[in-house]
Design a protein around this ligand. Structure first.
Ligand code: NAD
Ligand code: UD1
Length: 338
């Protein structure tokens, strides 16, 4: 069991907090760095309850270079998992500079601070959105990049920066994990996704309808060339995503290299299938109606998860029923989030 300290920027957010739990289980010591722009410090108690460990949480902004360097000076950090950033697609179309600043400049700040501090293991939260809709499914790592909005472009730009850093020899332990659609929650029901405002993504919207916070789900499009006409995605349990981070860290610490990896289950699930599974898991029927397609949506995409299996020995273990029942436990026990 290692006791290495791992810096989690954005570690109090959705994916970061679940990764924090997985890291503790694997014997690492997470140090969370977050400005709480899209999360709450209240999560610390919950994380400590689950892990039965004292967790370090530093309030700070990735746009503030000195604050990051201070964290490296105060803690003997071995590696960085970089989750912090903004992630709302619509907002990125309206406010592109905000996204280039937080996601691109913020990432450069972190990497720069790592360089001056002698830390060279970096795992970046990328997204399947970098692939756009030009590819044939399943989407492998050699698929074409074609992001459709500023958010997606920021993820691709940072991936390109990482590839250049690897090429330059400045950094030798780097990964970009392209999440497909992370959903669900830790099985304890203590932590989960807690979007501010009306959720933009399907699973949190569905859960808020089931719990009575929202009255009805609108299905965006019924005439896609998919199995039932609704959009198809690769939903992956957030704890599987968290486990993949630990597997990536273990791999980089032992072997080094540059790993761009797609993180999905390889299964395409339609909106109607997800609704039915969620109804079964929650015991609640979900009122819904068909509406028009959402601008910019692809009909169908799901991952080819074989490289992750080959390189990391990782594959997703939790099925759609578990994603829905864990999501429901979190939402029903915390109807208004943290
Ligand atoms: P989240 O919003 O729940 O977590 C991000 C965290 O970063 C929040 O706690 C927020 O307060 C913090 N943060 C934002 N700006 C910051 C700043 N300037 N300084 C310090 N902290 C800051 O998002 P998430 O769903 O956990 O996503 C984590 C990462 O994974 C993001 O980079 C996101 O783009 C990427 N990603 C997420 C998904 C998804 O569906 N959740 C899919 C693909 C990629
Ligand atoms: C969205 C983002 C993507 C991001 C991903 C993170 C857009 C256009 N894309 O992807 O960049 O990486 O989240 O998980 O926002 N749906 C409904 N009704 C709803 C909400 C969604 O029918 O109220 C449908 C969508 O049309 C889609 C599916 O549900 O077919 C999944 O949507 P969503 O959860 O928003 O994820 P993505 O569109 O895959």
């Amino acid at each position: 069991m290692s006791q290495e300290k791992i810096l989690l920027t954005g570690g109090s957010g959705y994916v970061g907090s679940h990764s924090c739990v997985a890291l503790c289980e694997a014997g690492y010591q997470p140090v969370i760095f977050d400005n709480f722009s899209n999360s709450s410090p209240k999560i610390l108690d919950r994380l400590e309850q689950i892990t039965k460990t004292k967790i370090t949480l530093v309030e700070g902004d990735i746009l503030n270079f000195n604050q990051i360097v201070n964290v490296f000076q105060q803690h003997n950090i071995k590696a960085v998992m970089h989750f912090a950033g903004c992630k709302a697609v619509d907002d990125s179309v309206k406010n592109p500079l905000k996204y280039y600043r937080s996601n691109v400049s913020g990432s450069i700040n972190i990497i720069d601070a790592m360089k001056v501090s002698g830390v060279d293991v970096f795992i970046f939260s990328s997204s399947a959105t970098i692939f756009g809709d030009l590819n044939v499914n399943p989407i492998s790592e050699s698929a074409t990049f074609s992001p459709k909005n500023p958010y997606g472009k920021t993820k691709l730009f940072v991936e390109e920066i990482i590839a250049d850093l690897f090429g330059s020899g400045c950094f030798s332990n780097l990964a970009a994990l392209r999440y497909f659609n992370p959903v669900g929650a830790h099985h304890s029901g203590l932590i989960g996704e807690d979007p501010k405002g009306v959720p933009q993504n399907l699973m949190p919207y569905l859960a808020q309808v089931a719990v009575g916070r929202l009255s009805k789900l609108e299905i965006f499009g019924r005439d896609y060339p998919t199995k039932d006409g609704t959009g198809v995605r690769d939903y992956i349990h957030v704890m599987d995503v968290a486990d993949a981070h630990v597997a990536t860290l273990d791999y980089l610490l032992s072997n080094g290299g540059y790993l761009p990896i797609n993180l999905g289950t390889g299964n395409g699930v339609s909106v109607l299938e997800l609704i039915r599974t969620f109804e079964k898991a929650s015991g609640h029927s979900i009122p819904w109606s068909f509406g028009p397609r959402r601008k910019g949506d692809a009909a169908e995409y799901y991952a080819d998860p074989s490289l992750a299996k080959k390189k990391l020995g990782w594959s997703a273990k939790r099925n759609l029923d578990t994603m829905c029942s864990d999501m429901w436990r979190w939402q029903s026990e915390n109807p208004h989030g943290y």
